[in-house]
Design a protein around this ligand. Structure first.
Ligand SMILES: *Cc1c(COP(=O)(O)O)cnc(C)c1O
Length: 464
């Protein structure tokens, strides 16, 4: 399988190269040259497979030519064995045809474990084969960082530097990152917001001279391998509620458009999906684009669902590449203009986006109301991101004969504030994290300044 850039100017690469490169040289994102597709019969034959078997079947065509089947099988098995639930991604029913897909049974209690536990293993495997080392730089609004650190802490061939916005992630989230005291793990608390962190990562990729010949790798969802791993649970959930013979719909709490993009890919690969609902908080650029063709940045607001406090959704570019007929020059031009001004999509392109997605934006007050009401009705406790997904699902659901599956992207214990605001007791930490609040922390606070950050990274990498 070959991968091409959304901006059309970078060379096509193999899976292994894309895995290590992250962003393409031309500033674009890598996507498969051609998606694998599966027939309904083939998908139906996967019913009842253990999660890791299903993952192997779906991921295999994407890595063909780069990773041997036996190695992939082993890494996939190891990845999903560390999840706390035997079903890995279990479904919970709230109302008739209304389901919650629990994606928080991994080590850091958010859906990002699905991809990052695998990513760390894949990277270490390829680096070992090549006899190379890699420097990971990543930005996090909370969950990516902990999942990436957890996925990479045992890697022998890479150092990982994770930047989070200082004082703007929850204490549980911070401690999940800063209490990992491995030698190859570096936590940076940046005096800025998430977009500042992400901007620094992007600028560092664009000019890697500060690393004196070492190479940078990415764990943000610009890394194709993350999207790839997330496709799997759309299939597993659909199979569990009667797919592929019956279409299903999904509602996805969205920040960087990574998770929902994986759902779009599942559909392109042959899974019958009726609706894909994009659920946002007040940082609603995606809702504004989809509902009104208004792609303008606005100001970033801090909400009770901080993992979605993102104004520039990187992965939306991957979708635009498809709706613009894979015209890299058109995407390069559009993204260039979007850096400095609001843009509108050509109307025929926007119509395609609208046909593919529904969208809805939810404010903090409504988020708390949903948490409270669902708890009163069913006893089930939602995290704020999932509450936004569920609210959007209910608002956008056109045909209630089609199962609607809302992705539960985090365990509510990670975000106690809205739970308490909803008048409920904050949930307790699960067993595996019960001593989190007593563990030793290690992190470095740095000013919101690119050269300070780069100097810190350059002076801490292990060169051999
Ligand atoms: C990362 C995250 C999201 C947003 O996912 P994207 O792939 O960036 O759209 C939503 N909810 C939680 C809890 C997250 O950690």
């Amino acid at each position: 399988m070959k991968y091409i850039s959304t901006r059309g100017q970078a060379p096509a690469l193999s899976f292994a190269d894309v895995l290590l490169a992250g962003l393409a040289e031309d500033g674009g994102l890598y996507v498969p040259e051609q998606l694998p597709t599966f027939s309904q019969d083939e998908i139906a034959s996967w019913s009842g497979l253990p999660y890791s078997e299903l993952a192997f079947r779906i991921v295999q065509p994407f890595v063909a030519g780069s990773i041997q089947d036996a190695d992939l099988k082993r890494m996939v098995d190891e990845t999903y064995a560390v999840f706390d639930h035997s079903g890995v991604a279990p479904l919970v029913q709230l109302r008739p045809n209304e389901w919650i897909l629990e994606l928080f049974h991994g080590p850091t209690l958010a859906f990002k474990d699905f991809a990052l536990q695998l990513l760390g293993r894949l990277m270490d495997h390829v680096l070992a084969e090549r006899g190379e080392r890699l420097v990971i730089m990543g930005a996090t609004s909370g969950d990516t960082g902990s999942a990436a650190i957890e996925g990479c802490r045992h890697s022998k061939h890479l150092d990982i530097f994770i930047m989070h916005p200082y004082n703007r992630v929850s204490e549980v989230q911070r401690r999940q990152m800063t209490t990992i005291l491995a030698d190859n793990v570096f936590n940076i608390a940046l005096e800025g917001n998430f977009d500042d962190c992400q901007g620094m990562v992007k600028d560092s990729f664009a000019d890697q001279a500060f690393l004196n010949g070492m190479k940078l790798g990415a764990v943000n969802s610009i890394n194709w391998a993350r999207i790839m791993a997330q496709i799997v649970y759309y299939f597993s959930a659909a199979l569990a509620v009667g797919g592929p013979h019956r279409p299903v719909s999904f509602s996805v709490p969205t920040g960087n458009f990574g998770d929902i993009f994986a759902g779009y890919l599942a559909k392109q690969m042959g899974l019958p999906v009726e609706q894909l609902v994009v659920a946002t908080n007040r940082n609603d650029i995606l809702h504004r684009v989809i509902s009104g063709n208004d792609m303008s940045k606005g100001t970033l607001e801090h909400t009770l669902s901080p993992s979605m406090d993102i104004m520039v959704s990187s992965n939306f570019e991957r979708l635009l590449f498809d709706v613009y007929g894979r015209d890299g020059a058109a995407i390069a031009d559009l993204m260039q203009r979007f850096r400095s001004e609001p843009v509108q999509l050509e109307s025929s392109r926007w119509e395609k986006v609208r046909a593919l997605f529904d969208s809805y934006a939810v404010d903090d007050q409504t988020t708390c109301d949903v948490i409270r009401d669902v708890h009163a009705e069913t006893g089930y406790l939602l995290d704020p991101h999932t509450a936004i997904g569920l609210k959007a699902a209910r608002e956008c659901w056109r045909n209630t004969h089609t199962p609607m599956i809302t992705l539960a992207t985090a365990h509510p214990v990670k975000f106690p504030e809205p739970v308490v605001k909803a008048g409920l007791n904050a949930p307790e930490l699960p067993e595996r994290l019960s001593d989190l609040m007593e563990r030793e922390e290690r992190f470095t606070v740095l000013p919101n300044n690119l050269s300070d950050v780069q100097a810190y990274v350059a002076s801490h990498v292990h060169r051999d």
